[in-house]
Design a protein around this ligand. Structure first.
Ligand code: NI
Ligand code: MN
Length: 225
């Protein structure tokens, strides 16, 4: 499958016969030069309601008729905004979609919607696509619950390292030890000065301390998993 990172927490995945977009924050994303109008999607997966994750969901969903998937409150908001197709879930629940399986995992964070309304609890995404397991942690602090994911034999973990709003580099390293994935991609850093980090230095620390490989992407870069 082909994965593309558009900076911050935005991923586009072509796999399982579908185009899957995660946390589509294009407009106002300083690390992304791509317009949401150039992005195609069959499914939009949302970790939580904050504006830097909900992003251009409404515009993309109205244009593409993509199905919005996320917690009940976030999906409910998207439907009120006029998104035509939606599938509500909640933490701990899994479902098999045409592209593969998705389970929402625990994340410790907030989740108000862009208009300030209640967005339920934030989540991480545990995806199984084309036989590969991908864990997108969303926005979260370090939690020992991540240790539960070790038995999932995660192929790729996408972890925030920016600090201030989420795990910083030290806690994200602990998260790698808990999850024990084959490959890690750091995200949610260098979007703004407040979350400036050195991903290469972090990657070197992770590869020194664990058996995981680290892939540092530049916004817009794609790779095959
Ligand atoms: Ni957030
Ligand atoms: Mn965020």
């Amino acid at each position: 499958m082909k994965l593309t990172w558009y900076g911050h927490s935005v991923f586009h995945i072509e796999g399982g016969g579908a185009k899957i977009l995660i946390d589509p924050f294009f407009t106002g994303n300083p690390s992304c030069e791509v317009s949401h109008e150039d992005i195609d999607a069959d499914f939009i997966l949302l970790t939580h309601g904050h504006a830097d994750h909900y992003g251009d969901t409404t515009a993309i969903a109205k244009r593409t008729e993509a199905t919005i998937v996320g917690n009940f409150e976030v999906v409910n908001y998207a439907q009120k905004e006029g998104c035509p197709n939606a599938h509500p879930m909640h933490i701990g629940g899994g479902n098999t979609f045409p592209f593969g399986h998705l389970k929402l995992t625990i994340a410790h964070h907030g989740s108000s919607m862009p208009d300030g309304s209640y967005g339920g609890n934030p989540a991480g995404l545990l995806l199984t696509i084309d036989g590969k397991k991908i864990y997108h942690a969303g926005d979260t602090g370090l939690t020992y619950d991540m240790k539960l994911l070790e038995k999932e034999q995660v192929d790729l973990a996408i972890l925030p390292i920016g600090d201030n709003f989420t795990m910083g580099p030290d806690d994200a390293l602990e998260a790698v030890k808990f999850v024990n994935p084959k490959l890690v991609i750091p995200v949610h850093y260098n979007t703004w000065p407040l979350i400036e980090q050195d991903p290469q230095a972090w990657g070197a620390r992770v590869e020194e301390a664990t058996s995981a490989k680290v892939k540092v992407l530049t916004p817009g870069e794609s790779f095959e998993l």
